[in-house]
Structures are given as C-alpha cells and as structure tokens.
Design a protein around this ligand. Structure first.
Ligand code: GLN
Length: 302
C-alpha cells in the first residue's frame, strides 16, 4: 500500500490541476490549493499515509454519509418515507427535481436530502448539535473533532440556495421544524473539520459491516451498512457518480472542502484531500488519486 501511495503522490505532484478551490462559501477560499494528503486504514488496524494527512479541513458534504448513518441507525426503513434512494443526476444543490417530486429529495447525499436528515435529527436527538458532534467523534474515535464556526457563519450568511431548498421543501410539508433551526444544524454538520486520518477511521464503520472497530459496538446493522454503501456508490458524487464508479469502483462520499472518503468493504477505508475542485464540485486530484489506487492495487468492488 505504501508503494502505491508513493507512486500516487509523485503522479499527483506532476499533474496540472485545472479546477478551482470552492469560493461560494467565502471562508473556504483561503485554503492552500497545493495541499494534498491521503490516509488508508484497514480492518486489521494497519495504516498508510502520505502528504498532509493530518491537516484539518472542512468535511462539507462528507458529513452527509455520517448524517444518513445516524438517522438510518435510529429510524431504519421509515427513513425512506421522507427521502428517496435514487441517484439525482444533477448537481449537489439543485432545486429542479424537487418541484416535480413534491419536495421529496432524490437521496440523502445531496443538499436537499441532507437538509431533510437534519430536520429528522432535530426530532430524533435530545440535543442535536452536540449529539451529532459526539456521534462523529465516536466514529473517528477522536474527541478532539470540532465544528469550524467561521465556516459555519460564512455559509449561514451566504447559503441562499440551501435556504431556498429548505423553504421549498417546507412548502410541501417535508420539513417539520423551523427552517432556521434545520439549516443551523445542516450548516454545522458541513462545517466540521477533520483530517484524512480521522475520516478514514470514521468510515471504517462502512468497511466493517456497521461495527465500531475499537469498541465492537454495532452502530448499523449489516443490512443497513450494505444499503448505505449502495447509496454512496450510486449517489455519493451527484452527477459524477457514474464517472467515479467507472474510474474508481468504490463506494464513497465527497465534499466541497476537497475531501473524498471511499471504502473497500471488508478491507480498507481511504481518505484523500486536495482542495481544487472539478466542475462537478468534487476534488480533481482526489478523484485521480483514488483512480490510481484502485488501478495500481487491482482492488475494487467489481
Ligand atoms: N455545505 C455545502 C453546501 O451546502 C456542502 C456542499 C458539498 O460539499 N457538496 O453547499
């Protein structure tokens, strides 16, 4: 594995990236575009890494996989009364399908879907903001994980599309709580800062049939884990899910902070970070690095 990471690092360093760092959330644009880190952890506890693997960055939509896991672990199949499980084929923050589909988002891994998940968490958790953070800390086995309040405030001030999505869904009756409270929780979940190491550790849950690697606690059932992995495969990269599946062949989730986490069931979890995004809002070098990993290693779910 270390040999693969070394090769990937060399290749990425020589690749000219054509995309841009996210700037629609103003606070995200200050990040150094040359950053690159990667961390792999396997179910036996072996770890391999390269580059800026301990740097903290904004996880953004990677949180959507953890939010879906938390809601699914509590509600099980009743979750699907509020959100679909079909790929959207449109951008992460698209409004168009919602009109035709009466305010029910295509899946929980796009913005509209994650906003519905935040609405559900307000009803399901005693103290949603700290309870959510504690869930993420538990998954990563790391109590130091925090929200980034600058990113949170920045998105809250400029998140007009998300505000529109939440209000639009409320008009169809698919948001039950106060829109501001729902968006506060949604923006908080996106603002969490984590490193590649912490993300790879957290996503071992999906590698490991829903069992927490350190405590052995079953957080998701085997069936729920399989199903969320299926969703990540088909929906984790929005309108680039097909391309990611074609090139990488692993279930995964991306975020506009430039992070991607992917898993090979039973084997390993890998997180990569490079802040320069392609036109679909996914990390350009991150996609390339994972494509190289599964090509060099010959591993994929297919
Ligand atoms: N917080 C971001 C938003 O709502 C998350 C988007 C993403 O990472 N794709 O726009």
């Amino acid at each position: 594995m270390q040999q693969y990471l070394n090769e990937i690092y060399e290749e990425i360093k020589q690749t000219h990236l054509t995309g841009k760092v996210a700037s629609y959330i103003p606070e995200l644009q200050h990040v150094d575009p040359s950053k690159f880190g990667m961390f792999i952890t396997d179910v036996q506890g072996n770890q391999w890494h390269i580059g800026d693997h301990l740097d903290l960055f904004s996880i953004q939509s990677i949180s959507k996989a953890m939010t879906a896991a938390l809601v699914f672990s509590i509600m099980d199949e009743a979750l699907w009364l509020r959100v679909g499980k079909e790929p959207s084929g449109s951008s992460f923050n698209s409004l168009v399908q919602l009109e035709y589909e009466k305010g029910v988002p295509r899946n929980p891994l796009i913005n509209a879907g994650a906003i519905v998940m935040a609405d559900l968490l307000i009803d399901l958790l005693n103290d949603p903001v700290p309870d959510y953070l504690n869930f993420v800390r538990k998954l990563a086995n790391d109590g130091s994980i925090e929200f980034d309040l600058n990113v949170f405030e920045s998105e809250k001030k400029t998140g007009f599309r998300n505000i529109a999505l939440a209000n639009f869904m409320k008009s169809f009756g698919n948001i039950h709580n106060d829109v501001d409270d729902v968006l506060d929780l949604y923006f908080k979940t996106c603002s969490i800062r984590m490193s590649c190491k912490q993300l790879a550790d957290a996503f071992l849950l999906f590698t490991n049939h829903g069992f927490h690697k350190n405590t052995g606690e079953q957080i998701l059932t085997v069936s729920q884990t399989k199903r969320l992995n299926a969703l990540m495969q088909t929906c984790g990269f929005y309108d680039e899910a097909g391309d990611f599946t074609y090139k990488v062949g692993l279930p995964g989730k991306s975020g506009v902070g430039g992070g991607i986490v992917a898993i090979l069931p039973n084997k390993y979890s890998v997180a990569v970070w490079s802040p320069v995004l392609n036109a679909k809002g996914n990390s350009e070098a991150g996609m390339k690095a994972l494509e190289l990993l599964t090509t060099l290693s010959g591993h994929s779910i297919f």
